[in-house]
Design a protein around this ligand. Structure first.
Ligand code: AMP
Ligand code: MG
Length: 424
């Protein structure tokens, strides 16, 4: 049964909501209204947390660093013993190496040999680097020009005990597992992985390993989608190729929606006789929109089947990746509990190619960003921009984003580029 949600009702009353040609920013905004992140948590060992999202703040159980320590190899001294202009000679009373502190305290006229990370002994308040000291026969001579407290890292300077070191919603990357380990914490709470089921639709599709008959092609979308989902840390459920048969498609949709948080399909959303996806989705759930004013990727369906989110990506291999990158990525990150969601790095550089572009849609052309010998960045377009040419995605390292009103681009014009690396 097709029940229309209040959100969808509100949307269809809005002036600028046209599900037949929705502008790119509007489509993102509309999707975002439907997304509520997973809330189930699990405790995992630090290394197993890599690639996951923190479900709780990580609070520091200790001061970091735990002691005042030296930032240099040198001598720990009492600043009051030094002369601003002129040399003093101090007696070396012992040493403080990383992990082996000096047992006593530094008295007037004394210095302690100290290595980087060594605990600053009691009595000392300044570190003189070894390049500024001359050691001889158990004594050390030090010249003028030092500052009280120099080269010293204070206890709790990086982080005070009880302070959150990391926030809920942050992704756990190599830096974070290192930081968590540095606090002596062995386990953290992360959100459960987002479950994403996906399948390809099309009578022409053949899975790898089988021979192709006339008119058939290999299914590549299940591979790119698998790759992008895996990079985003999702639990992937590959449901294979489903024929363009309404019965089979309906069964696949029902199953996918019952086992996954998100269902992603490719193909079957363009206006062809054998393309049933939109029709079916209208019966099983609700379609929020199905056409975006963009190129490539105009037919992109977003909707809900029960509690599951549904993305009906176009069939063309490039369109699949572009729409995934532009819409699905952020949605999956939000559903996974990421907060905030880092935008993909984007900036303007001169374009060295001439680009064909008609006003009316946002275009995502595939670009190659390079740096010349003088260190200046520029972008050129990968050859042909057909939405079936997957090689253009492989050659590219960025999208060249051309806004709706933009026309043709002449060489030398500044264009916006967006990095691809984190997913592709
Ligand atoms: P459709 O939207 O189903 O009409 O598909 C548009 C184009 O994308 C057609 O040329 C399809 O053959 C192609 N296509 C659809 N699905 C896939 C897939 N899984 N792998 C490679 N090409 C596909
Ligand atoms: Mg098809």
């Amino acid at each position: 049964m097709n029940t229309v949600s209040p959100t969808l009702q509100a949307l269809s009353c809005a002036d600028d909501y046209d599900p037949n040609s929705i502008p790119v920013p509007k489509a993102r905004e509309v999707i975002a209204r439907f997304l509520s992140p997973v809330s189930t948590m699990e405790r995992v060992a630090v290394r197993a947390a890599l690639g996951r999202v923190l479900a709780e703040d990580v609070v520091s159980p200790v001061d970091v660093p735990s002691h005042d320590n030296s930032a240099m190899d040198g001598y720990a001294v009492r600043f009051a013993d030094l002369k601003q202009d002129g040399k003093v000679t101090l007696k070396v009373a012992g040493s403080s190496f990383a992990g082996v502190p000096f047992a006593g305290s530094v008295s007037a006229g004394q210095a302690v040999r100290i290595m980087t990370g060594g605990v600053v002994p009691e009595g000392a308040d300044t570190i003189v680097m070894q390049e500024h000291a001359e050691a001889k026969d158990g004594q050390v001579s030090i010249g003028g020009g030092h500052r009280q407290g120099q080269n010293l890292r204070r206890a709790g300077e990086d982080l005070k005990q009880g302070q959150p070191a990391l926030r809920r919603g942050q992704p756990v990357r190599p830096a974070e597992i290192g930081l968590i380990a540095s606090l002596g914490i062995a386990e953290v709470s992360v959100y459960r992985k987002l479950r994403v089921a996906f399948f390809s639709t099309g009578d022409e599709l053949v899975s790898v390993g089988l021979p192709l008959a006339a008119g058939q092609i290999y299914d590549s979308n299940r591979y790119t989608i698998y790759g992008m989902l895996t990079r985003l840390g999702c639990e992937v459920i590959d449901m294979g190729v489903i024929r363009d048969d309404p019965k089979l498609l309906e069964a696949a949709f029902r199953e996918a929606a019952s086992i996954a948080d998100v269902v992603i399909t490719s193909g079957g959303v363009s206006v062809g006789e054998a393309d049933f996806v939109k029709e079916l989705l209208n019966q099983l759930g609700e379609v929020v929109f199905w056409k975006i004013a963009m190129k490539p990727g105009r037919p992109l369906a977003y909707g809900k089947i029960g509690d599951a989110h549904f993305f009906g990506l176009p069939g063309n291999p490039v369109s699949v990746m572009v729409t995934f990158y532009q819409f699905v990525r952020d949605a999956l990150l939000k559903l996974s509990g990421r907060d905030p969601i880092d935008p993909l790095p984007a900036f303007k550089v001169p374009c060295t190619s001439s680009l064909k572009k008609a006003p009316g849609r946002t275009e995502f052309q595939r670009g190659i960003l390079t740096r010349d010998d003088a260190g200046n960045l520029s972008v050129r377009v990968t050859g042909e921009q057909g939405s079936g040419i997957l090689r253009s995605m492989s050659e590219a390292n960025c999208f060249i984003i051309l806004p709706t009103d933009q026309g043709n681009v002449t060489p030398g014009t500044l264009v916006e580029v967006q990095a691809m690396e984190s997913v592709i």
